[in-house]
Structure formats: structure tokens, C-alpha cells
Design a binder for this molecule. Structure first.
Ligand SMILES: [Zn+2]
Length: 263
């Protein structure tokens, strides 16, 4: 049988039965896949300490799916374990949140270009968390970049109803369900908009085009960060439909982090 050789990021992992392990992987070829590693708990040769969350792997997969929708993971080799993420509560919480978000929203299959972009985002994001103070700003920027990589980015520049570019010095209406800002000329709808400054939306739009490694240099004034956080969080919840399990862990970790100096 032809094996697929690819890379993968481990989004979830759990023991199964006596000796197997089931992993959810994000790959640049197939998007999100669920794989079973037969005999993983016995075989250090085929899966040498690799099947834990956040690990970046090279894998060999037998791509035909079982009746349970799983593929068989035949071999894996560790490329990077992102160790600094595990040794620091704030960074670990942020990484867990991010991979849970991807586990919920990443597609199973799709265009190679989109899947590669999503995988590259995931690796870049973990690399950025390793060397950046985990705070609300980083969380918001990463959530937005995650939504963009998933093809779910809101519209920040033009009215989502009439398509005109919005220019104003005051506040604008952002409609979560419509996917972006709505200009003053377009009719109101029943759902309550979020009033935000256009400057905040410009900053968020700008952050989408920033070189990933430079993202942590983007400066937000306090009110802009408050607005940006509100918009991105509401928009993300709208697509998720549920609160992520790691949300509370991340909130608590960031709270305790904000009282400490950067280390
Ligand atoms: Zn309009």
C-alpha cells in the first residue's frame, strides 16, 4: 500500500485499548485527520516519543480511512517538541487554546494551497508563542490570524452590505453575524452591532498583513485592544458555537501572567 509521507502537528492524543493511541493531526496535505497508531505504547521504534500534543512530526500514513473514519499512522519522527511551551503555564495555555481551535475548525481535506497555509500558520504561531509574552494582545492577534488561515476572516474595510469603503472619524457598526462592518447608509437589522472605532479595525486589518515574526511588534492603545478583543472573541465564538474547553485555563493563566514581569 502506498504510504503518504507528510508533516503533522498533534492536536489531540489519547490512549486506546491496551496498546494503541489515537491522534488528531493537522497536516499540510489532508488538513485535519484522525489516525490510529497501532501498538504505539509498545513500539518505541515506530513512534519514538512522538505522539503528544503540540509535537511537530514527520509522519507516514496509510491514507485509506477505516469505517470509523480513521487512517493508520505507520511511523512518526519528531521534528520539534516546542519544549519551552510546556515549561511555562501562560504559553502552554495559549498553545492549547490554539490547537483546540484548530481541532474544532480545521477542515478535513481541501485545496492544497489552503491546507498548506493553515499548517504553516499553526507552526508559525507556536514558534511565536515560544518567544513572546503571552497576553491578551497576542491572544487576539493569533485568534484573528487563525480565523484568516481558516478562511473565516471578518471584513474590516468595506461595508459587508453595500461594498463601499467606510470612511469616518467616529465609531462604526460591526455586525458579527454579517461578518464585518456595516456603513451608516445601509439599513439596520435586529441584531445589535458592536460600536468600534475605525482605527481599531484598521489596526486589525494591518495585523493580517504583518510578517508573522513581526506580529508581536504591533502596538495597541488600551481602548483599541479592548475593542479588538471584543470583536475577535465574539466573531470566533460565532463560528465555534461553543466555548472551548481550554478557554478558562487560558483566561486564568493570562490573569496570573499580567501580574508578573516578562520572563
Ligand atoms: Zn453599506
Amino acid at each position: 500500500m502506498q504510504l503518504l509521507h507528510t508533516e503533522a502537528l498533534v492536536l489531540r492524543a489519547l490512549d486506546f485499548g491496551e496498546s494503541d493511541r489515537i491522534v488528531r493531526l493537522l497536516t499540510p496535505d489532508r488538513g485535519r485527520v484522525t489516525a490510529i497508531a497501532k501498538g504505539a505504547k509498545r513500539s518505541q521504534r515506530r513512534f519514538p516519543g512522538t505522539l503528544d500534543i503540540l509535537n511537530w512530526l514527520e509522519v507516514q500514513i496509510a491514507p485509506r480511512r477505516s469505517a470509523a473514519g480513521m487512517v493508520r499512522l505507520e511511523h512518526s519522527r519528531l521534528k520539534q517538541a516546542f519544549e519551552p511551551l510546556r515549561a511555562h503555564t501562560g504559553r502552554f495555555a495559549m498553545s492549547c487554546y490554539l490547537i483546540e481551535l484548530l481541532d474544532r475548525l480545521a477542515p478535513e481535506g481541501g485545496l492544497p494551497r489552503d491546507l498548506t497555509k493553515l499548517f504553516t500558520f499553526a507552526v508559525d504561531a507556536l514558534t511565536l508563542i515560544v518567544r513572546t509574552k503571552p497576553d491578551e494582545r497576542l491572544r487576539t492577534l493569533l485568534e484573528l490570524r487563525a480565523l484568516a488561515a481558516l478562511g473565516l476572516c471578518p471584513e474590516f474595510r468595506c461595508c459587508v452590505r453595500c461594498g463601499k469603503e467606510v470612511e469616518t472619524n467616529g465609531a462604526v457598526d460591526f455586525h458579527v453575524a454579517d461578518g464585518g462592518l456595516v456603513c451608516a447608509s445601509c439599513p439596520r437589522t435586529a441584531d445589535a452591532p458592536i460600536a468600534v472605532h475605525l482605527g481599531t479595525l484598521r489596526l486589525l486589518e494591518q495585523s493580517l498583513h504583518f510578517e508573522f515574526s513581526q506580529l508581536d511588534r504591533l502596538v495597541f492603545q488600551e481602548h483599541a485592544l479592548r475593542e479588538a478583543t471584543l470583536i475577535v472573541r465574539r466573531f470566533e465564538k460565532f463560528h465555534l458555537g461553543v466555548e472551548l474547553r481550554s478557554d478558562r485555563f487560558l483566561r486564568e493563566a493570562l490573569q496570573s501572567e499580567s501580574s508578573k514581569p516578562f520572563a
